[in-house]
Design a protein. Structure first.
Lengths: 193, 103
């Protein structure tokens, strides 16, 4: 069955169809979320939010774009919302407690991130790449994550981001140029590592 | 040579996700989603007691500071010295009187 057909059943409240849809898209949603948020807990929460929204809004799917594009779009928006929320929390951390009640660790400090899908030999480099991705503007982050980490085509990215393919290409070029600069600065500040 | 090493390192980092496997969610995630779907959908968000207490304390602090500022100002006016308005008025009276006297 095609995802579009499954979604029609989900819109009618079919729980087993929802299970099928989850099985089809869970890795895509979670992998995208963890690449943006770089924290397993946040990625799990956003994955839940995405599928709850898919379930409640299945009847609003109009069919203009593919189900995959629709779900990616929801995922990207939820991730960006969560990043903005986390940044707001960070800004107001001087009023709220900055230490975690249970562990005593700093709540708003981003820990070193290891993507679970990366092999041991690339772990350190990938961590540096994710640290650099965090410093990109939102649209460049989105284009880079969808292309380099999710492996989507420029056409799919342009549909998700609702812009032309040329614009996506230009975003990707700028993202790579900025990442090169961030990484070069890091390399030089650490005297050739 | 140094530039070459730097460029190679940057490219290695940029391509470090090539061939990486997709991250997979925990097995129990679907159960959590089912549970959230089963509970009635409510719009709005719940806030923690800590956040609520912090907001309440900020409001109380703001009110206290405002009251202190107001009572401080009124005390300043009650300390026997003429306030600015009456000083200015007196100055003009004196000036007018001086003009009347043809000074």
């Amino acid at each position: 069955m095609q995802p579009e057909e499954i979604l029609i059943l989900v819109a009618k409240g079919d729980k087993s169809a929802f299970g099928q849809l989850y099985a089809l898209f869970k890795d895509k949603v979670y992998n995208t979320s963890i690449s943006y948020l770089q924290q397993e807990n946040d990625a799990e929460e956003v994955t839940q939010d995405v599928f709850v929204e898919v379930y409640h809004n299945a009847n609003t799917y109009k069919g203009g774009a593919s189900v995959s594009t629709w779900i990616y779009r929801i995922t990207v928006n939820k991730c960006l919302d969560r990043i903005r929320y986390n940044n707001r929390q960070k800004r107001f951390s001087f009023i709220t407690s900055i230490f975690n009640k249970d562990t005593g660790a700093l709540q708003h400090d981003k820990p070193h991130f290891d993507h679970p899908g990366v092999g041991v030999e690339n772990k350190e480099r990938a961590a540096m790449l994710f640290n650099a991705i965090r410093q990109l503007p939102e649209s460049q982050q989105t284009a880079f994550i969808l292309k380099q980490i999710e492996g989507l085509s420029q056409r799919e990215i342009s549909q998700i981001m609702d812009m032309g393919e040329k614009a996506v290409e230009s975003l990707l070029q700028r993202a790579k140029a900025n990442l090169r600069k961030i990484l070069s600065d890091y390399y030089n500040s650490n005297e050739g590592l | 040579m140094k530039q070459k090493d730097e460029n190679r390192w940057v490219e290695d980092v940029l391509n470090s996700m090539d061939g990486a496997a997709k991250a997979r969610p925990a097995e129990d995630l679907y159960g959590k989603i089912e549970h959230r779907i089963a509970v009635p959908f409510t719009k709005g968000r719940t806030i923690s007691l800590t956040t609520f207490s912090a907001a309440a304390a900020s409001i109380v602090l703001l009110i206290v500071l405002n009251m202190m500022a107001l009572t401080g100002n009124s005390r300043k006016h009650d300390n026997g010295r003429p306030d600015e308005v009456s000083s200015v008025a007196r100055y003009y009276d004196i000036t007018n009187e001086s003009e009347g006297l043809g000074l």
